[in-house]
Design a protein around this ligand. Structure first.
Ligand SMILES: [Zn+2]
Length: 103
């Protein structure tokens, strides 16, 4: 199920109807323990989806406490922690980005 906002669950796993809370990793990014999706809260309301997956080195802090209605955005091509400013309008755009731009 697509939602252009994140409440701290992995957006990629939500597309398959799995609610997996994101967890802080060793780089202090949010990471999914299942698919290794990574994102970064670049402002207090925007979560940028990073173009590379994490390595599974997770701490114990879950995002569901900290992330509430953050807008999902594409990660910048030239900076791993910044957003490129674009948001996802629908599920097709999110699926396309995850398939073609996230390694
Ligand atoms: Zn996931």
């Amino acid at each position: 199920m697509f939602n252009k906002y994140s409440d701290g669950y992995c957006p990629q796993c939500l597309l398959e109807d799995y609610e997996i809370p994101l967890i802080v990793n060793n780089m202090d990014f949010w990471e999914c323990p299942v698919c290794r999706f990574q994102c970064h809260s670049c402002t207090f309301s925007v979560l940028s989806i990073m173009r590379e997956r994490g390595e599974g080195l997770l701490k114990e802090i879950q995002a569901t406490f900290w992330i509430n209605k953050f807008t999902l955005s594409r990660g910048d091509k030239n900076s791993i922690t910044d957003s490129d400013g674009s948001i996802f309008k629908d599920e097709a755009e999110l699926r396309d980005f995850l398939l073609n731009d996230v390694k």
